[in-house]
Design a binder for this molecule. Sequence first.
Ligand SMILES: Nc1ncnc2c1ncn2[C@@H]1O[C@H](COP(=O)(O)OP(=O)(O)OP(=O)(O)O)[C@@H](O)[C@H]1O
Ligand SMILES: [Mg+2]
Length: 290
Amino acid sequence: MTVTALVSAKSCGVTTSALALTLASSRPSLLAECDPAGGTVRAGLFEGRVDASYGLYHLAAAERAGDDALAHTFASHLIPLDASGNRKVLPGLTDPGQAAALGRTWPALAQVMRVLSDEGGYDVVIDGGRIALESGNLHPVLTPAPLLHGADLVLLVVRGTKQSLSLARHIVEPLRSELAERGSGADALGLLLIEDGAVRAHEVADTLRLPVLATLPFDPETASYLTYGGPPPRSKRATLLARARTAAEDFRAASSRRALQRQYPQPAAAAYPQLSGVLQRLNQGAGSRG
Ligand SMILES: Nc1ncnc2c1ncn2[C@@H]1O[C@H](COP(=O)(O)OP(=O)(O)OP(=O)(O)O)[C@@H](O)[C@H]1O
Ligand SMILES: [Mg+2]
């Protein structure tokens, strides 16, 4: 299936959109909350019910113990997002200071995402947080660059406002060249537009010189539930989730088009055969704890 990474210039709705896409996917799905600035799902949607003994930070130590340990730890740190357990989340860092420890873990995690997508049939959504730059390049600690390299699509989340676009335009070129030089190609980059503001999709695309691959509605009620928890919105009014389902399909189609157009190098799962252990473990239902 598709590995989609979401990033922003500044707090546009990355986490909310990533949750909506994961919940709305018609396939088994996984949200990996990999924002180096820290995760918000634990204190937000989960309202503090998932403690710090679960989550991304624990994968750093596991990776040092080897791929097999990483595969097994990964599976046991996923939290179900729904009763079926087909939608899961890897909760993010509880402290931004933990990000440095993940530096050498990202490449192996990128492989785990590929195995889940290519062999496990999962739609994987990565919350990559805000893009931080250093000397015009992606910051090595504050941006999980290897996850972006390994993704089928990297979506810059923007709103249709002048404020959002004026910040986003500074990170388009660094992202484009990063993906061209180290990722699967500059054409992995596209926009996810949140329909907030007066700027139309075609103007957004022209301004940032990137295609708008999908749009999501401005839906404060559903967004508030995804951001803070509380009672779920009544399904008829949850336009964000309905439109997220369409967006997930649009991303799958865009990713398939890319794969057809060019044989971009897929990080070979065979390079990490131990990682197939993550699928066995998930299929056994391990780690299904809420
Ligand atoms: N589609 C939407 N409709 C209405 N409000 C939204 C939507 N998406 C996000 N929001 C709201 O915008 C705010 C920021 O959203 P969110 O936390 O998802 O952004 P973020 O890009 O992950 O931010 P950060 O970089 O700080 O982690 C939240 O209050 C959220 O409820
Ligand atoms: Mg966020």
